[in-house]
Ligand binder design. Structure first.
Ligand code: FPP
Length: 255
């Protein structure tokens, strides 16, 4: 057996189908340069554009970005308000470009807490790009993994109460079908920049069998080369999904 037999399934050259990223380190990037934190977020948007372009070229199917967590409201009011403005201006300038590049935008999270202007931009981006079949770009905004599981459970409970589900056994599949990512493959590769090693309430359910990659690089410095390095690390791993190493080698398609 060669080492190749242990590589991840060879869909799209062994690349992950779905990459999920916590983009951490914008504030520190700016502070190191004696600039206000918002300048770090602006530089972070540039990094987002480069990474989206790279994922499109590399035929990655899904890129999920944690743009604003349900806990980020605890930041200083001024930073929250500047971040909201940055989301609106970025969406305004990028939606058409994303569409031209066949990117499908999907926003996950509780949008109701956002201004009507931001909600409208998110909806506009989603509806304009809904039929595109290139990269799916998932923006997690006011998102939390606990929220996602609770909202899925609420939907299931409502369907049972209203008689839309004949079987009242709540299975894992049923919950998964009601998560905000129900239409997507599970993440294969999770990346967190900025040196911290935690999930911070990102895709909790969905990350069950995901490969983790942590880097000290701050998000504005994270380049397509950095992502390629993460992907190379992913390609060198043996994903066992609960099986033994021998099973993976001898029966690679036995899931
Ligand atoms: C974490 O860095 C970063 C955020 C909370 C915001 C991320 C948002 C962007 C990069 C803009 C993306 C925009 C779109 C439309 C996708 P931090 O501020 O926690 O950094 P620190 O740990 O150094 O303080």
């Amino acid at each position: 057996m060669t080492d190749d037999s242990q590589a991840a399934p060879s869909i799209n050259n062994g690349n992950p189908r779905h990459v999920a990223i916590i983009m951490d380190g914008n504030g520190r990037w700016a502070q190191k340069r004696f600039m206000p934190r918002v300048m770090g977020h602006r530089a972070g948007v540039k990094a987002v554009k480069n990474i989206v372009e790279f994922c499109g070229k590399e035929k990655i199917e899904v890129l999920s970005l944690f743009a604003f967590s349900s806990e980020n409201w605890r930041r200083p009011k001024e930073e929250v308000s500047l971040l909201m403005k940055l989301f609106v201006t970025t969406l305004s300038s990028e939606i058409k470009k994303l569409h031209r590049n066949n990117v499908k935008l999907l926003c996950i999270g509780d949008k109701t807490a956002f201004s009507t202007e931001l909600q409208a931009k998110l909806t506009e981006g989603e509806s304009l790009t809904q039929n595109n079949d290139g990269l799916t770009l998932v923006i997690a905004a006011n998102y939390g993994g606990h929220w996602d599981i609770s909202q899925a459970a609420t939907q299931v409970a409502d369907k049972i109460r209203n008689g839309f589900l004949s079987n009242t056994v709540i299975t894992e599949e049923l919950i998964a079908q009601h998560l905000s990512t129900a239409s997507l493959p599970e993440p294969d590769l999770f990346i967190r920049t900025g040196g911290e090693q935690r999930i911070s309430n990102f895709l909790l359910w969905q990350l069950a069998y995901t490969e983790f990659y942590f880097t000290a690089e701050l998000w504005p410095d994270f380049s397509p080369d950095s992502l390629q390095e993460a992907i190379n690390s992913f390609k060198g791993r043996q994903r066992r999904f609960g099986r033994t190493g021998e099973q993976v080698i001898n029966q690679p398609n036995s899931l």
